[in-house]
Ligand binder design. Sequence first.
Ligand code: GLY
Length: 408
Amino acid sequence: MVKHFNIFLVALALTLGISRCKPPKEQVTRPARLDLAEKKLGDLRELAVEQNKIPRSEEPNGEIMWATKYDQHGKMKFDWTLGFFPGTCWYLYEHTNDIAWKKAAIKFQEQIEPFKTNLNSHDLGFVFYCSFGNGYRITGEPAYRQVLIEAGNSLLSRYSPTVGCIQSWNVDSGWQAERGWSFPVIIDNMMNLELLFELTELTGDNKYREVAIAHADQTLKHHFREDNSSYHVVDYDASSGQVRHKHTAQGFAHESAWARGQAWGLYGYTVCFRYTKDERYLNRAIKIADFMVNHPNLPADGVPYWDFNAPNIPDEPRDVSAAAITASALVELNRYTGQKYKSEVDKILKSLSSDAYLVGAHDETKFLLDHSVGSIPHGAEIDEPLAYADYYYVEAVLRQQDKQHILQ
Ligand code: GLY
């Protein structure tokens, strides 16, 4: 049955001329870490399917915090983490050939799809690329490609030629409205460029790539400090394009190095180099990596505190999500640098796969990795599991095994 399905997918890919589409492969051996992912996340998947909700993290009392939420009118709310669990389902489908993962990914994607026309968030790259992007890479389903195009077009609507960037947060509501910003751009936004670069590859239309490059170039100019760490938020003047403020939102201080922000920048510029082969992006990624791996406050196991300048190190929470994103980015960066960061990747993945962070098969925690930080300044998800830590960990392990998990 599986074999026939594989043959069908190959035939479909050939028919559609999609060279990047590859059928799920058969695995002869499975590293223990992904066996545990199958077990833990398989249980979580069953629960999520039953509830018809996408998991995001856990409350301190152990209850699942769902990314699927509704407002008082019963309308589903957008959440930047909606794509990660479906994306993890795609990865585990690809790894195992177990159709239950594919069914779950499709079921959860259906919840997400209406947000492809959402013009209020820059997180469309995260949400749609992790879910539909992986789904398209694995299955070659033309409807997924169409969803990616629509999401990418919505993302482009947030680009300002005056600023040369995609606007991150809106400034007319929520906690962001209290910060006095005009056109905030956060380093996390580098993660939304992969969708745009890939859309130019898929459609031949250069408009997506042009915006991605403009955004990456402006961020190169304004987001980085002399020591190669990055600011979290650069606020531009929407009417002149001038920089107004350099702030933080989720880090310890405006001048501190928020750990996940460094990881987003590292991953983002590595992707920019993948698509452009522009050495400036490669050099930036190397400088970020060097800042992180050589930092005196990076613990020996390679899992950073939530901020490299957090005030009470070593009595500060670690951020496993930052470590998982860093590991995945470094696996790719290793390919462009003669394996410069091989020992760092090995160390991080070994640490994350240890009892210190990986949740046991019978532990009550329902996710794979514990000890991440959502946002300490917002008092949210502190020392908890997070769906995106699991996503980037699974991605990193798969990338190490199989080069196909990087699209080009
Ligand atoms: N905005 C994504 C993050 O919290 O890292």
